[in-house]
Write a protein that binds this ligand. Structure first.
Ligand code: ADP
Ligand code: MG
Length: 432
């Protein structure tokens, strides 16, 4: 393992005798007397790394005259983000906390702190110590009077140990973070997959349904039309005219209903991609004009329609598909404007900085409630009364636009209005 980067390691000396502070200063800082001799000895013990005057671990020393001050310094150092690696703590420091108690308090502030308890007398037996402090790998005992080399050796070894301990903690935290991130990404991918599978299953079912309904529907419609035509030409006695007209009326109602079913089936077919339109170069502006004229019936008199059209390059898609998208958005806007004073729709066409073509359909209608925003593109989601909306419009738009490599998004304020924005990739080359 490579050695961690060397910066000065902080050591705290807690002793009620300031002469002892001086001893530690001499032993552990290079400027102290006799330090050359110590350096030489150390280099023998630790190998070439610790040549005299080399840049091995440098110690930064702080001193405390009592247990309380020592604990406070440990706490402050943690707060500053520059914790101590090691503390030399005198066992006997009357009248305050003794070394054992001080150590216990210091570990509450900083768990990794390495501690050397210094004792001149047999104040505590080893058994007593381990009962009070637990058998801790963070603790060593040093008997007074000190041997300078022993002190330096301890300082080096324990600071190194502290450094490795911290590195392993950091590694552990990194690993935990990585696991957390991966788990989250996996959960998101799963949710997306599930959603896609749901839509696909729904698409398959709808396609099957549309196929089954289409056939009987077409002969219901053609037969109804046949009956209506037949009734009109049927000679009947004067008293039968009323009955004939009633029957004709009933048939025409039935035709309207059947035609509505036919439209829904057609929508479902598009949603289920039964009829995938061909791709071609599309002039978006022209398609928008076509959609506007198709929507004319739904646009009530007095509605102000503003065209905010800019020059845009052609896009690669299908005229039919995009026409359906714009038509749906315009009709939805018109519905949202029902009963509004000064109704207004703005149609925007512009080229964005990222090269995509943006189509905007903005209205000053009723707006969309926040809790509905996330469900708009779901098939069959509608807030319109039964018989009015099928809830397929926006899911069809979403399908068409995303299949072209585009995006559709909505921005709405309840009571003020809504903007739908369709982003289409520009056609750089056919088939791209
Ligand atoms: P439908 O129009 O048949 O209800 P859509 O998929 O087209 O189905 O729209 C789903 C719902 O989204 C609508 O019922 C309506 O609540 C909401 N919506 C769509 N466009 C607008 C709009 N411009 N303003 C307000 N609400 C809208
Ligand atoms: Mg709609």
């Amino acid at each position: 393992m490579s050695a961690p980067t060397r910066e000065s390691r902080r050591i705290l000396v807690v002793d009620d005798n300031s002469a002892i502070h001086q001893d530690f200063r001499k032993i552990l800082t290079r400027s102290g007397e006799g330090s050359e001799e110590l350096d030489a000895m150390e280099s023998m013990l630790f190998g070439g790394d610790a040549l005299p005057g080399s840049s091995t671990t440098r110690f930064e020393l702080d001193f405390a005259l009592g247990g309380e001050e020592g604990v406070r310094r440990v706490r402050d150092a943690v707060r500053e983000g520059r914790p101590y690696a090691l503390a030399f703590v005198d066992i006997r420091m009357p009248p305050g906390m003794d070394g054992v108690e001080t150590t216990l308090h210091m570990w509450r502030e900083e768990v990794d702190l390495q501690v050397v308890l210094c004792s001149a007398y047999s104040d505590y037996s080893w058994d007593e110590l381990s009962r009070k402090l637990g058998t801790s790998e963070r603790l060593l005992i040093l008997r007074k009077p000190f041997d300078s080399i022993e002190v330096r050796q301890m300082a080096h070894a324990l600071c190194e140990k502290w450094e490795l301990l911290r590195a392993s903690h950091r590694r552990m935290e990194d690993l935990e973070r990585m696991v957390e991130e991966r788990t989250r990404a996996l959960a998101e991918a799963n949710a997306r997959l599930l959603h896609a599978q749901k839509l696909e299953a729904l698409g398959r079912m709808s396609a099957g349904l549309a196929h089954e309904v289409n056939n009987p529907l077409s002969y219901i419609l053609s037969n109804l039309r046949h009956v209506v035509r037949g009734l009109e030409t049927l000679p009947c006695p004067v008293e039968g005219v009323r009955a004939r007209d009633d029957l004709g009326e009933a048939c025409r109602d039935a035709i309207l209903g059947a035609e509505r079913i036919a439209r829904i089936v057609q929508d479902v077919r598009v949603f289920a991609r039964v009829d995938e339109p061909p791709r071609e170069l599309v002039d978006v502006r022209q398609v928008m004009e076509l959609s506007i004229s198709m929507a004319a019936e739904a646009l009530r008199p007095g509605l102000r329609l503003v065209r905010d059209f800019h020059e845009v390059p052609p896009v690669w898609g299908s005229e039919h598909g995009l026409g359906q998208v714009f038509l749906n958005l315009i009709i939805n806007a018109a519905h949202a404007l029902a009963g509004r004073e000064e109704p207004f729709i703005r149609l925007g066409l512009l080229r964005r900085e990222d090269g995509r073509v943006a189509v905007e359909v903005q209205d000053n209608g009723c707006g969309i409630r926040a809790e509905h925003l996330g469900r708009l593109f779901e098939p069959f989601f509608t807030t319109k009364p039964v018989g009015t909306g099928t809830g397929l419009g926006l899911s069809i738009c979403h399908g068409i636009v995303t299949r072209l490599g585009g995006d559709i998004a909505v921005d709405s304020t309840p009571g003020q209005g809504t903007t739908f924005r369709v982003l289409l990739p520009m056609a750089s080359r056919p088939g791209a």
